[in-house]
Unconditional design. Sequence first.
Length: 428
Amino acid sequence: DHYGRLMGKRLEPQFFLENCESGIGACNYLLTVDMEMNPIEGYDFTNWESGYGDFLMQPDMGTLRIASWLDKTAIVLCDLLDEKTHQHISVSPRSILKSMIKRADKLKLSAKGASELEYYLFEDSYKEANAKDYNDLEPVGWYIEDYHLLQGTREEFFNAAARKHLQKSGIPVENSKGEFGLGQHELNVRYTDVLTMADNHSVFKQCLKEIADQTGVSVSFMAKLDDQQAGSSCHLHVSLWKDGRNAFAGDEDFHGVKCSPLFKQFLAGWIQYTPELMICYAPTVNSYKRYQNASWAPTRLAWSVDNRTAGFRIVGHGESLRIECRIPGADCNPYLAFAAALASGLAGIEQELSPPDPFRGDIYKAAHLPHVPETLQQAVNLFKDSEFAKLSFGENVVKHYSHFCQEEQNAYNAAVTDWELKRYFERI
């Protein structure tokens, strides 16, 4: 759905085998609901007036895998099709990414990528956390564990199970490591084509949440869970390939990077169009709490070579040369994030854009550089008015997701928070 949650049905094997080719029906309101599953009015795609009919979930059999953390269960991801025309639903996140992949195909290019997910682990179960209103939860770690093997060993009851089950379920794992928060961890899976990576990302989150449920703990992918702790990111690594070779690699020396002209153009486009497509990287009100100085999250639009204060960090060389975008949080929808990256970078190639000079030093202190959008409302306004977004995704998609994010902002605006109660209850 819009949030990147896996929605669907559990089917008996025989029924699935008999019906998978024709697709499985589901209510199309799923692309209009908020986090609480309330159908939100104001969408053109479907609404009360149209009666909230069905669309088809068409299994992509290439995604079929054993879900080894569940008993005798397989999982398959689906494309969403119009029930009458059997055309892809244009506002579906997976359809949006597929449309950008087709755009790369026309340039005889393919995109590979990886998404690095960070998360917090708590001793409290999800049910216990809910009963406590998510206050005073106990993290599994009691000091910053970045790369710390001893603290990481204490968390192996969960992270080892996650690595094992992901590997058994067709998602090749590279490693896991402690991160910069109490009970914060990162687990990395191997890079692949961007559609498979977005699929793996979605299954990854589902797997870890369900393992947490089984283990009696909880895991959170909020972008900024605590204002005193590091945020959780989803760094995107992207490279373009042609004829089996990394098309970013080349002989040109560009500020110390051996690269091709295509690399520079893609980088330029990605940087230039990030503000207009920011809701694809940071889709919630909470997303924007993560962009704080000296927090390991970027605040400014700049690129640099192997510099973790940069929004765009260049890493690798030769066949491993790639762009790491450090802007997305762990709450991003991977299909939309990769789609935004491709839309921006491919526009840079088509328009033959040139990137700014790299920044050297502490980018947090570079007040002259443009800041990333600082609120969801600012990002919604940029997206809604963006001719580039409309040209890239279509006006219907821009209208659909502008409405979705605006309703998210409206819900927050109407809420009374703990911060307000603590600040104003007695002393105002």
